[in-house]
Design a protein around this ligand. Structure first.
Ligand SMILES: [Zn+2]
Length: 213
């Protein structure tokens, strides 16, 4: 059993296949098998080691827009600063875009203006915050968030790192992704506009009365 397991490991960890019967016929240390230990250990650490590199990637903290807190304070309202730059949360059902369902347009980062979500990606979740089943590709970055004694996935603007909210999976909403991007309205600015790939046809249902909650 054990040798079968190791043979499996060996075959996976070695690009060119040796004849296992020849190799495993000499179980005692010999000039043929010293490399075994050095091959298996890195393989095990790849399997069971810490995910340091993945975490480093996910917890990226530098972004193309590198404004300082002072620079952000100068352009954001105190509430925008609290939520975008200090990872705050707006009270549920109070946000300008909670019940905002235009037929076209985009929701951009309220900090740097990068388009993050389309009107078509928004859905009604009943959770009290704007909900999107997906983002514009590459616009949003995910981080592990262990605050408040739970493990959640924070989402931030990929351009400025501004805090948007959290993403939740597997809740069973009838959307293409089974994910819910739960976003603070304060982190967003709605821009009327055409649907992606169309010309000037789309008009928001209620021009301008969002944003004044
Ligand atoms: Zn941004």
């Amino acid at each position: 059993m054990r040798s079968r397991f190791f043979r499996l490991l060996f075959n996976f960890s070695k690009p060119t296949r040796l004849r296992p019967s020849t190799f495993w016929a000499t179980p005692r240390p010999s000039p043929h098998n010293p490399p075994l230990k050095s091959m298996v250990i890195p393989f095990f650490s790849a399997l069971f080691g810490s995910s340091t590199s993945a975490n480093a990637k996910n917890n990226m903290t530098s972004y193309p827009d590198e404004r300082t807190p002072e620079e952000w304070r100068a352009v954001l309202s105190p509430e925008q600063f609290r939520i975008l730059r200090e990872k705050g949360t707006e009270a549920p059902t109070t946000g300008a875009y909670d019940k905002h369902y235009p037929s076209a347009g985009t929701y951009a980062c309220a900090g740097c203006g990068t388009p993050l979500y389309t009107a078509q990606q928004k859905f009604s979740s009943g959770c009290g915050w704007p909900a999107y089943f997906d983002s514009i590709p590459g616009a949003v970055v995910r981080h592990e968030d262990r605050t408040l004694g739970m493990l959640r996935t924070e989402i931030v603007c990929a351009n400025c790192g501004g805090h948007l909210g959290h993403v939740f999976k597997g809740e069973g909403f009838p959307t293409p992704t089974n994910e819910r991007h739960c976003v603070n309205s304060v982190s967003l600015t709605f821009k009327e506009g055409q649907k992606e790939g169309e010309d000037g046809k789309g008009v928001a249902d209620k021009p301008d009365d969002a944003g004044k909650a």
